[in-house]
Design a protein around this ligand. Structure first.
Ligand code: 3PG
Length: 210
């Protein structure tokens, strides 16, 4: 099992994907991988999501995880669908226990010092910082770095090409997550080259990996 931090450190941005049609799965994953973003988060927010994870996992080089994993059943379903990792907006005891039982690498969400401390006590040192922009963004991450320098974050929620480089410049940011890599209109129109170009543009955002 790959550690979640090792997965996150491979890319500047993890695309957060909401895929409705399984027919889009392979061309979308191929476009993102060809643009240099091979770590993909497929949110469990559509009926097709588990099938999309299965399909994307066949794409050469792709590391596919499940997002919006909220409970133990989601962890089990993600694992069975072939997800390499799971991402959750927060953390509960039963969710953490299920991920540990299933041996599924988990990026749990936190947005306060207490939540970070709770997860640190459970040996989680790589966390999703969510919803990043709404809970204080860059200022909050700088403040957390003082007392909690051992924790690396993947800020998600409100990240865009406008602010991604500023997040990636922080010493406690290992990557960012965002949905801007797969806009609904481009996916529906099958404009895969445009999506590959969006992915490629992230390669200049920054190289620091907390
Ligand atoms: C999510 O889970 O939806 C992520 O936080 C994506 O947020 P974004 O749409 O602001 O990138």
């Amino acid at each position: 099992m790959l550690a979640i931090k090792e997965i996150c450190q491979q890319v500047p941005v993890i695309p957060v994907l909401v895929v409705k049609d399984v027919a889009h799965a392979v061309p979308l994953a191929e476009a993102l991988v060809s643009g240099g973003l091979h770590v993909l988060e497929v949110t469990l927010r559509t009926p097709a999501a588990l099938e999309v994870i299965r399909a994307m996992s066949t794409v050469q080089g792709a590391i596919v995880g499940a997002g919006t994993v909220l409970n133990a059943q989601d962890v089990q379903a993600a694992k069975q669908a072939g997800a390499t990792f799971a991402v959750s907006p927060g953390a509960t005891e039963s969710l953490l226990a299920a991920a540990e039982t299933e041996q599924l690498a988990l990026l749990p969400g936190a947005s306060t010092a207490s939540e970070v401390m709770y997860l640190l006590e459970r040996q989680y040192t790589a966390l999703k910082f969510f919803p990043a922009e709404s809970v204080g963004g860059i200022g909050m991450l700088k403040s957390l770095y003082g007392p909690l320098p051992a924790v690396s974050f993947c800020p998600t929620g409100g990240i865009s090409p406008r602010n991604a480089a500023d997040y990636l410049a922080l010493p406690n940011v290992m990557c960012v997550g965002g949905s801007w890599l797969a806009p609904e209109d481009l996916v529906q129109a099958g404009l895969w080259d445009s999506i590959a170009a969006l992915a490629e543009a992230t390669q200049t955002l920054g190289t620091r990996k907390a």
